[in-house]
Structure formats: structure tokens, C-alpha cells
Design a protein around this ligand. Sequence first.
Ligand SMILES: CC(C)(COP(=O)(O)OP(=O)(O)OC[C@H]1O[C@@H](n2cnc3c(N)ncnc32)[C@H](O)[C@@H]1OP(=O)(O)O)[C@@H](O)C(=O)NCCC(=O)NCCS
Length: 193
Amino acid sequence: MRVLEPTPALDSVTPAWHFPSTLIDRLRLADGREVVVRPVLAFDAAAAQDFVRALSPASRLRRFHFGLRELPPTLLRAMTDVDHRQHVAIIAEAIDADDEARIVADARYVVGPDPAEAEFGIAVADAWQGLGLGRTMMRRLARHAARHGVKRLVGDVLPDNAAMRAITDALGGRLVRSPDGTGVLRARFDLRA
Ligand SMILES: CC(C)(COP(=O)(O)OP(=O)(O)OC[C@H]1O[C@@H](n2cnc3c(N)ncnc32)[C@H](O)[C@@H]1OP(=O)(O)O)[C@@H](O)C(=O)NCCC(=O)NCCS
């Protein structure tokens, strides 16, 4: 009788691709609205660009620290076509009145040259801020990072960013002066496995 070859492990077929389905969830926000949180995928590029374009200039500045209006194509691709290991990104989607899904928040980290440390970035659409979404997404991102070997999450925060300072505090992080001397603060979360 012919014995079939064992199927190779999925990871050996697609080494760069891993889908973290544990990051999928539905959240009810403080005002009763619901969003679905899930890892970003390459086909989200157009929606991700719409999300960035729709942010207020102040929110875009706080997120990217320079005055961009939209993401340049290479950055857009880098932010949506991610490997879900070195670069982990979650989005929150809401369904609008036309039954279309729209991105209302984005949180991510990229593991650095030192694999113990990853840099995070987060943004919530202006009309969805102050409802607990930012804090919840940061908490989930930090939990996922800790489970996958990251020991520290760091990110630059403009000094006037009260919401990000509050999140850092609430999640047990610390704010220190950024080493580059620009006055930007560095949020640092020491993660436990
Ligand atoms: C920072 C940001 C992600 C927070 O998201 P959010 O969904 O609005 O935050 P939450 O509703 O979870 O609130 C978190 C905390 O911030 C506080 N907060 C929210 N908006 C605030 C504001 N405008 N001023 C002061 N505090 C504020 C909340 O009261 C809460 O504090 P608490 O934990 O003590 O109750 C969001 O404001 C944002 O996208 N800003 C622009 C981009 C940015 O700043 N990114 C961070 C740098 S990478």
C-alpha cells in the first residue's frame, strides 16, 4: 500500500505568513457603538489610506510627528502588507450607514533590531476618540507582544498628547525624555510574559 507523504507544516510552506486570529474580537465602546478588531491585511490598503486622510491634522501630527496628508505608497504598503510577526497591526472597523466597513482605529508594533524591543504606533479616528478604544487596543497589542517574546514596547509621544499620556499611565507604562533631545517623550511599557 502506498503511504502518503505527511503534509508539511504550514509554516514551512509559507514561512513569512502567519495570521494571528486570536487578535480578532468585537468590542462595545462607551457610547454603545460596536467595532470589530482584526489584524490588518494587504487588501485594507485603500481603507487604511482613507483612515489616515480623514484624521484631523492634529491627530495625524501626533501619530506620525510630521505633517503628512496621506501615506506615501511605500509606507501604505509597509503598513498593510505585514508579516504579523515582526510587524503586528490591528485595525478596528465600524459599519457605516451604507453598510460599508470603515477603519476607525489602527494600532501596531514593529520589532526592532533588538528583538526584545518593539516600537508601537496608534491612532483612533477623531470621532471615535475618548470611548476607550485606544486604551483597549493598546492593551491587546501589549498582551500579544508579551506572548510573542517582546519585552519592551516603546513609542514617541508629543508632550501635549494628554490621551496618550493617560493611556501610558493606565497601562503601567512610563514616560521618559526621548534620547534625541527634541523634547518628544518616549512611552515605555515593560511587558511580562
Ligand atoms: C492617543 C489616542 C490613540 C487615544 O485613543 P482614545 O480612544 O481616544 O483613548 P481612550 O478613549 O482609550 O482614552 C484613554 C485615556 O485618555 C484620556 N483621554 C482621551 N482623550 C483625551 C483628551 N483629549 N484629553 C485628555 N485625556 C484624554 C481618557 O480619559 C482616558 O484616560 P483614563 O484611562 O484616565 O480614563 C487617540 O487620542 C489618537 O488617536 N490620537 C492621535 C494619534 C496619537 O496621538 N497617537 C499616539 C502616538 S503614537
